[in-house]
Ligand binder design. Sequence first.
Ligand code: ZN
Length: 427
Amino acid sequence: MKQPLTEEKVFKDPVHNYIHVQDTIIWRLINTKEFQRLRRIRQLGTSYLTFHGAEHSRFSHSLGVYEITRRIISQFERSGYKDWMPEESLLTLCAALLHDLGHGPFSHSIEEAFEMDHEDWTCRIILEDTEITAILRDVAEDFPKKVASVISKTYEHEIVVNLVSGPLDADRMDYLLRDAYYTGVNYGTIDIDRILRMLRPYDGRVVVKESGMHAIEDYLMSRYQMYWQVYFHPVTRSSEIILRQILRRAKELVQEDYAFRFMIEPLSDLFRGDVTVEQYLLLDEALMQTAFMQWTLESDEILSDLCSRFIHRKLYKYVEMEHLDTETIDEIRRSFAGAGLRADYDLEIDFPTDLPYDVFRPGDAFDSKQILLLDRHDKLREISEVSDIVRSISGIHRGRYHLYFPQDRLQKALPQLPPSIADIFAK
Ligand code: ZN
């Protein structure tokens, strides 16, 4: 099924040094307009407002995921493991390369605002009438369907799904390394070569040789660190909140038939909840930022205020609270309204939580989220049974409540707020 290129193509990459493309199909997929769009979408959404280096794109991440998968597979093929079927190599590589194809601009905030799922869009772009579909069809008529089923995790062979999205998948390994590199933080520097050498196809899934346990501990620790230091950074959350509010406000205005000074295709259709694949592919971050810049001039004060905050990085401040009940939230909102603030825009409550690793509970069957170690006697054990470190970071990490608000507006309203409420924000 593979069609080797006459000459290998390489991309220089700061994380993996080189990315090797050896197959014609992969090379053609990279050169489609749908894949090239990923150059115009940042990997970390609004994180560049916190870590100025975080300008890397979904394009570079997707190539990285492809490269890690290629290295794992070529190791499987070289070793001739009976649990790996070489005829599935091209399928796995295509799924790895294309797994983020459907990401929209500022991925997660926009997905929430438009109630859409990037995975659904990825599958639509693979299955509907696009350059990607045409190339995949050259492999076999049902090949686009197979690639989509790997991405939606319904493909019949779990091991293929495992490589692209599992507890130790190529996706996470690439984004931990890449996000650490571009944000400049010191966490997330895992020994990827060692991890890759320790992976084995076994009994229909990917497992780790027991002697690789410490490298896996490092990987889970860095995942934990990256979540709390980078992905959940309160300043990033603040910019995401403003972004979500912009989208919420614009949507309200479209529904009210407000006459925008500036509107750009396909945004108004998107706000009405109805876009085609062709329209969806017009979306990128440059388009969104152009709209936001133009909307700073709109007569709707809420929209223009939010857009200037986002464009000029005048983000919301926050206070942290250990406990917060719904009564207190209601009281804050009432007091805000009484003091002339906008209860629905001037206060946002955020409670980040993360599940770094879901432990195995005795009696359960091993599930696809667990990392299994393979010992010398070919016996499988779930990693938290063996590792104290993994046990200590397993389970839900409870976060704290973060209350976000526009400092300038709150300052003006402070004298009108009851002292008990003003105290919360005067910290
Ligand atoms: Zn990804």
